[in-house]
Design a protein around this ligand. Structure first.
Ligand SMILES: Cc1cc2nc3c(=O)[nH]c(=O)nc-3n(C[C@H](O)[C@H](O)[C@H](O)COP(=O)(O)OP(=O)(O)OC[C@H]3O[C@@H](n4cnc5c(N)ncnc54)[C@H](O)[C@@H]3O)c2cc1C
Length: 411
């Protein structure tokens, strides 16, 4: 049976998108999918997959061409990340943390306002970071979460950066840091150490994994997305040079306010998982899953109705996903903002629901550990928990922003 494209046939792809999707698909099918079970079983980072991504020149996929990267834009990245998510959720989710470090400091930052001095500083800094990735094959992580209201965007980060001669001193703790121990640099969100600091004083700084005072602690034995190895980071008086800044002062705050789709980049992984659960179900009911007896179950009307329901849910999810990535831009209108919350909620919740339906429809033999479905089910459960746009916070934002215009309050 043919395997359908993640964006649906006849979707208008640019030559670069076609090329990258083909490359990721080949890697995913031939390399990542066969390794996924072991990474999951051992809760081990997929180092070999990253060797493949590095060899294929994909670590710099969103680094602008002027800096030696592949120059993929937001939408191109979202499509290829969804394709990757079909084959290994943990690889796609960690790849997201790495790629967003370049997407945000690259094309997104170009849309934001900076003073000429900030722009010049940013150009010089990102040249350093991009060269590490493109020439040195470095990996970047994105540890934002702290177990407080900060990662939800509701309070300043507890991790602080104090300005000192020629650099910064970082102190704090980050939880759920995907790529812990695998990344070369950790793009830490922190608050400038000054009196009366607010969320506007957020800084985005890359901390080297080898820096004195930086350590990784705690175990990692979660329900799903086990290959992300999202352990706890401690930073005690970690010194970083001035060029460690991934965005100038105040620019992360501006990005979060003006480029909201930057947070939707967690969704493509789960769009891929949703597709994988559907694909598995169709293959299983047709008796075509490798390694299982060629027993067909497709002739039962109940199975056909279940697949029809899954198909409808998958297409609804894909339609909103594709629309949201097409909406992505600086200063989107209110409708596009509300739509991207709806899209995030839909992708994250429907991915898990499609996996639930897949298990119910395929039956007991299909959820054995020897097959990918139970892993997809566990991985899919994590999507709705990802800050800043958990399923709950999407509802929260959607309801409030639909009913209130900016600045409005009740008496
Ligand atoms: C597999 C995996 C990988 C991850 N990788 C990373 C990573 O690389 N980097 C990173 O920074 N984080 C990462 N995270 C963390 C993730 O984004 C969340 O920060 C984490 O799951 C929060 O867990 P918590 O229990 O501390 O949430 P809490 O802050 O305790 O929140 C619990 C729930 O309450 C709700 N909530 C939170 N704040 C508010 C509020 N102000 N108002 C209303 N409701 C609220 C949310 O729905 C949230 O899910 C990862 C998580 C997982 C599961």
């Amino acid at each position: 049976m043919p395997e359908y494209s993640i964006c649906g046939e006849h979707y208008p792809l640019t030559p670069l998108q076609r090329d990258l999707l083909g490359q990721v698909r080949a890697l995913g099918r031939e390399r990542f999918a066969p390794r996924a079970a072991q990474c999951d079983r051992d809760a081990a980072f997929p180092f070999e997959n990253y060797d493949d991504l590095r060899a294929a020149g994909l670590l710099g996929v969103c680094v602008p061409a002027a800096y030696g990267g592949r120059g993929a834009d937001y939408a191109t990245y979202a499509l290829l990340a969804a394709e990757m998510g079909r084959h290994c959720g943990a690889t796609a989710l960690t790849f997201n943390m790495h790629v967003c470090s370049t997407l945000w400091s690259g094309p997104l930052a170009d849309d934001l306002e900076m003073t000429p001095e900030q722009r010049a500083q940013h150009e010089a800094n990102r040249r350093v970071h991009f060269a590490r990735i493109v020439d040195g094959g470095a990996l970047y992580a994105q540890p934002f979460s702290e177990g407080s209201a900060a990662a939800a965007g509701k309070a300043p980060f507890g991790t602080t950066a104090k300005k000192v001669d020629s650099g910064w001193l970082i102190n704090g703790k980050k939880i759920f840091a995907s790529l812990a121990g695998a990344a070369d640099y950790y793009g830490v969100l922190c608050t400038e150490d000054k009196t009366e600091a607010s969320v506007r004083d957020t800084l985005y700084i890359a901390v080297p994994g080898q820096a004195p005072g930086f350590s990784i602690v705690g175990d990692w034995d979660p329900l799903g997305m086990r290959g992300t190895v999202s352990r706890t980071l401690l930073m005690h008086d970690v010194f970083v040079e001035d060029d460690a800044q991934l965005m100038p002062r105040g620019v992360y705050y501006q990005a979060a306010a003006r480029w909201p789709h930057m947070f939707f980049t967690l969704a493509p992984t789960y769009m891929g998982i949703a597709q994988a659960a559907y694909d598995f179900t169709v293959s299983y009911l047709r008796g075509e899953v490798p390694g299982t007896p060629p027993v067909k179950r497709r002739m039962y009307p109940t199975k056909q109705i279940a697949v029809a329901e899954m198909h409808i849910k998958l297409e609804q999810t894909r339609a909103l996903f594709l629309r949201a990535i097409a909406d992505a831009r600086v200063d989107p209108g209110k409708e596009a903002r509300l739509r991207v919350y709806a899209a995030q909620y839909t992708v994250m919740e429907n991915a898990n629901d499609l996996c639930r339906l897949a298990i119910r429809t395929c039956g007991g033999q299909a959820m054995l550990k020897s097959l990918p479905l139970e892993r997809l089910y566990r991985d899919s459960r994590c999507g709705a928990l990802m800050l800043p746009w958990t399923a709950e916070l999407c509802l929260d934002r959607l309801g409030r922003e639909a009913l209130y215009e900016s600045g409005e309050a009740d008496a």
